[in-house]
Write a protein that binds this ligand. Structure first.
Ligand SMILES: [Zn+2]
Length: 260
């Protein structure tokens, strides 16, 4: 089966779909610098890849992706587009409200932009559930791969590190130029670990400042964190397939709960 992308269907196709199903996937990413070796659209491409394969496996509809996220810290490098979190909340709410008006009731926001997007997505999701009477789940790869990242021997979450670059090498090798990559392993910081897989006590996430990222770029020649040179397409395949299976599970649970 091929994915049921909304932008490739007619309104009649969507009306027919809604006779039998009210679920929809919404990929959300960013357009932001991912080092000199990876595409600005990395976060959106990984969200698209997950949503597309889950749609192909289940027939569940997919909304056109949201290519922009909240990326104030990545403005350090050109090509980054950051949208204010309050605008993104309104934007996402309007997307869900439009779709809800036509009969969609169960939404899965598929996040490719990590923890930075989650705060505003949670606010939009809560508002949609309260005002529109719909169900919204947020599917984030970091939270949904805790069971396999150790086995894959990935390093901690950073930025353009081995995890997302493996995913891209599997799905979009033409958009990664690993020969230009240099590692910038995360330095241990007491009480500040970004990775939800880390069992230690931690402070909550606050996006870095543009100055922080400029300092990283000055020191290392690039504005990334982690070890992209350890990325591999094969690890990316295993990671991707685990996430798609999880996403399909989320969709089938929505189907079974009778929230329709
Ligand atoms: Zn990314």
């Amino acid at each position: 089966m091929t994915a049921f992308w909304l932008q490739q269907k007619s309104w009649q196709d969507v009306a027919s779909y809604l006779q039998n199903d009210d679920r929809i996937l919404v990929p959300v990413g960013s357009t932001e610098q991912h080092g000199v070796f990876a595409a600005l659209g990395t976060d959106t491409y990984v969200a698209i890849a997950l949503a597309e394969d889950a749609s192909a496996g289940t027939g569940v509809a997919v909304c056109p992706p949201l290519w922009f996220g909240w990326s104030p810290h990545h403005m350090v490098n050109p090509g980054t587009v950051t949208i204010r979190a309050e605008v993104l909340i309104e934007f996402a709410f309007d997307m869900l409200a439009s779709l809800a008006e036509h009969g969609f009731k169960n939404f899965v926001l598929v996040n490719g932009h990590r923890i930075v997007n989650i705060s505003w997505m949670q606010i939009a999701a809560e508002r949609a559930q309260r005002r529109l009477g719909v169900k919204v789940a947020i599917f984030d790869p970091a939270y949904m791969s805790k069971e396999i990242v150790g086995r894959l021997e990935f390093g901690p979450i950073g930025h353009a590190e081995d995890i997302e670059i493996s995913h891209m090498l599997y799905r979009h090798p033409e958009l990664v130029h690993l020969r230009h990559a240099t590692d910038n392993p995360r330095r241990e910081k007491t009480l500040y670990h970004l990775d939800p897989h880390d069992p230690r006590d931690t402070l909550c996430y606050v996006p870095a400042t543009r100055g922080d990222l400029a300092a990283v770029r000055q020191k290392t020649g690039d504005a990334i964190g982690g070890r992209p040179t350890r990325a591999s397409a094969e690890k990316g395949r295993i990671y991707h397939e685990h996430l798609v299976a999880r996403l399909v599970q989320v969709l089938s649970q929505m189907h079974q709960t009778g929230d329709r």
